[in-house]
Design a protein around this ligand. Structure first.
Ligand code: PGA
Length: 223
């Protein structure tokens, strides 16, 4: 089986001691082959888990400024993130679209910034954003982004209602038709140790974006 990308989205969770306990447990438990892990903690916790990079784990963020370095109060730019050793950025997550009114155009500006600083964008879309998000990106950006297909109703905190796998695969095919046949596509929405085999063993799905189950190292390492 090809290597699958498994991305932990901790959202706004964990203290320093919880994060360091997670790292210890992860180190003991992570035994699966064919997995490339990316951990996206809340930004203040990053320095406390950064040495996971020595274990081959990539570090990511959950957002990134649509601007470069400069007078943009409260924003964290790709310029600073690159210097911190960040390699991935989750962009346009449904929670950011919902609670912070992020549009596909704004997400596209963040994609441009991420790529400018050598950070791999992971762009989240639900069904209705596929075409709009693709249209907001340049042809080159469309080829470079990783897409995370996340049906909002399947996200654990929004109800966790999974679709039948055939429905998911049909949407993933539509994403490939829109973004490009070679697109790397993750699935997200209540992925957990019970159902991960369905998603991660499927050839059309290149990995998973994981919220709830990523908070517990014992669960995350079973995916
Ligand atoms: P979940 O979250 O795994 O808890 O459903 C996924 C996400 O929101 O990225």
């Amino acid at each position: 089986m090809k290597t699958k990308l498994v991305v932990a989205n901790w959202k706004s969770n964990k203290t320093i001691s919880e994060a360091t306990a997670w790292v210890q447990a992860f180190r003991q438990l992570a035994k699966k082959e064919n997995r490339q892990y990316v951990v996206c903690p809340p930004l203040p916790l990053l320095p406390f888990i950064l040495d996971l990079k020595q274990d081959g784990v990539a570090m990511g963020v959950q957002d990134l400024s649509p601007f470069g370095a400069g007078a943009y109060t409260g924003e964290v730019s790709g310029y600073s993130l690159q210097d911190l050793g960040i390699s991935h950025a989750i962009l346009g997550h449904s929670e950011r679209r919902k609670y912070f009114q992020e549009s596909s155009v704004l997400v596209a500006q963040k994609v441009t910034q991420a790529l400018d600083f050598g950070i791999q964008p992971i762009v989240c879309v639900d069904r209705e954003q596929i075409e709009e998000q693709a249209a907001a990106l340049s042809a080159d950006e469309k080829k470079k982004v990783i897409i995370a297909y996340e049906p909002v109703h399947a996200i654990s905190t929004f109800g966790g209602k999974e679709d039948p796998i055939e429905v998911t695969l049909a949407v993933i095919e539509k994403i490939r038709d829109t973004f490009g046949k070679e697109s790397v596509i993750l699935y997200g929405g209540s992925v957990n140790p019970e159902n991960s085999i369905v998603y991660l063993e499927h050839e059309a799905i290149d990995g998973a974006l994981v919220g709830g189950a990523s908070l517990i190292a014992e669960q995350f390492t079973q995916l």
